[in-house]
Ligand binder design. Sequence first.
Ligand SMILES: *[C@@H]1O[C@H](CO)[C@@H](O)[C@H](O)[C@H]1NC(C)=O
Ligand SMILES: *[C@@H]1O[C@H](CO)[C@@H](O)[C@H](O)[C@H]1NC(C)=O
Ligand SMILES: *[C@@H]1O[C@H](CO)[C@@H](O)[C@H](O)[C@H]1NC(C)=O
Ligand SMILES: [Zn+2]
Length: 585
Amino acid sequence: MIGLPLDNQPKNKKYTIYGVITLIVLLVILFSTNLFNYLKIWTTSIPKQSSICPLYDRIAPESYYKDNSTVLDILYDSKYRKQSIGKLSGAIQIDTQIFDNQPDVEDSPETWEKFAKFHKYLEKTFPSVYENLEVTKVNTYGLVFFWKGSNKKLKPVMLTAHQDTVPVQKETLEDWTYPPFEGHYDDDSKFIYGRGAADCKNVLIAILETLELLIKQGYKPKRSILAAFGFDEEASGVVSASKISKYLQDRFGHNSIYSIVDEGPGLTIDNDLTGTIIATPGTGEKGYVDILTELKTPGGHSSIPPDHTSIGIIGELSYVIEKDQYEPILTKSNPILNYYQCLALHDPKDKISSYLKKVILRSGFDKFANSKLIKIISSNRLSKYLIQTSQAIDIINGGEKANALPESTKLLTNHRIAIESNVESVKDHFISRVIEIAKRHQLKVIGYDKKEIYKPGKGEKVLGEFHVSVSSNPLQSAPVSPANDKVWEYLSGVTRHVFEELVYTNLTYPIISSPAIMTGNTDTRYYWNLTKNIYRYSPFFLTSFIGDTGIHSVDERLPVDGHLQLHAWFYQYLQAIDNEKADNK
Ligand SMILES: *[C@@H]1O[C@H](CO)[C@@H](O)[C@H](O)[C@H]1NC(C)=O
Ligand SMILES: *[C@@H]1O[C@H](CO)[C@@H](O)[C@H](O)[C@H]1NC(C)=O
Ligand SMILES: *[C@@H]1O[C@H](CO)[C@@H](O)[C@H](O)[C@H]1NC(C)=O
Ligand SMILES: [Zn+2]
């Protein structure tokens, strides 16, 4: 008996050794592979409800329960529809094309005269608006309508759009199904055609139709209503929205506005993941910076060239820039993460695999899951740049003659800056690559503030100079608007009401609002000081925004149903938020 434990000892030891080896092997497997990371994903649970993307109740204005006929007429009455087509068509018929780099109004009044004609049209078409509301003209053609509410404690709500359109290229005139300034309504397709039909005379007209209708009905708002329309949004809003913003800040102050609803995405069907109709108000915008690089080198005869001309060196710089793409980045501050979370949490047809849902739900805090999601988003060119700073070499010029060396070569690089990044880091990164090239070719670098920031070492001859500058007004990425407060709740609640109860009455699932970002910029770039609740949002249904509307191109068009949906939404929204319950506490 005494000997027994001793007899067993070697066996025990053996087990212990096996145990330790197994443990080591397991640990090696766990840490050298991603098994541990996958385990964490597999064991994640998918909540039924989450504060990350709550589903809010439908919200309808009180008036709707007393009498729903007006909003139904907007959507379905054939006489009203005809009238509405006429109003939008008339607006398209007045040419308000604008071009880049336009002079200011006082420097060149004739450039802008066409907007006087547009104003006349609006005045004739919306007489009640002009008779009853305060109309202010900012910088001659900027329009601000103010409808004073009876309760001073409620911050005004602001609806915006722009009067101008992008130009129609002369060479493309032949390709239009209907002439771009005819405002033709095609009864077969139920689309209205023309420049500005979708970007965005439709929004401007829908806002004015809503105000006209409310005034005629004797509506008396408690919350003041502002409508603001710039006239050079397509040329960055320098001449109009920037001044409208200053006017509004001077008059109402910072943080004085309840919400701003500007042009933007609306409702669409998410074919990639859930296969359901979703609303995607834009809560953010990427930043913007154009960087111009000029390389100056001595000229001379091309029979005795240096090994590298300024064109060759700029070519090398271009190569270095394109080889070095920005890293994608997706953090909680990017609305796109919230967008995917909303889809993962609201997938009524259960189309997304539970693995992908778990990856998405962990992406805000789990590096491994985050990298998986980034890979998915980046694999699609359309979504890739929602999470990555883009760089596009758009303009290059240099050289004049076959027998003369180029003395100056210029390169313009456009950047759309990711939500998590900023203008300064893009500028810094850009110039580091210029310095890299300068070192290879004995060149000086003159930086953004015209100071020399690099020169070749002592004894090295300076063979030329880089001049790097920012060539248009840079823009930081926009502050991200809330997607979880009262203002958002009303925006999404009214959307549910209009589209579930009035438009798609046979839907079997709720319409969720998911935040989104714009890769382009709207007039809202000037309105950040007025409110944190800025939504680039035009709630009407399109299967594909670009494909269905041809915006900025040939055959720009708009489904008239969509126009009426937008009008109905404005009508319900203005009334629904007309009380203190809609305010953030
Ligand atoms: C509109 O109101 C009428 C009469 O009260 C009611 O019968 C009808 O169901 C309502 N329609 C909608 C879409 O709410
Ligand atoms: C709902 O109605 C629309 C037409 O109004 C139809 O196209 C669609 O298929 C219907 N959906 C369901 C789920 O019945
Ligand atoms: C916002 O307010 C700040 C501080 O007053 C001011 O410097 C800035 O120019 C304003 N921005 C815009 C776009 O008006
Ligand atoms: Zn627009």
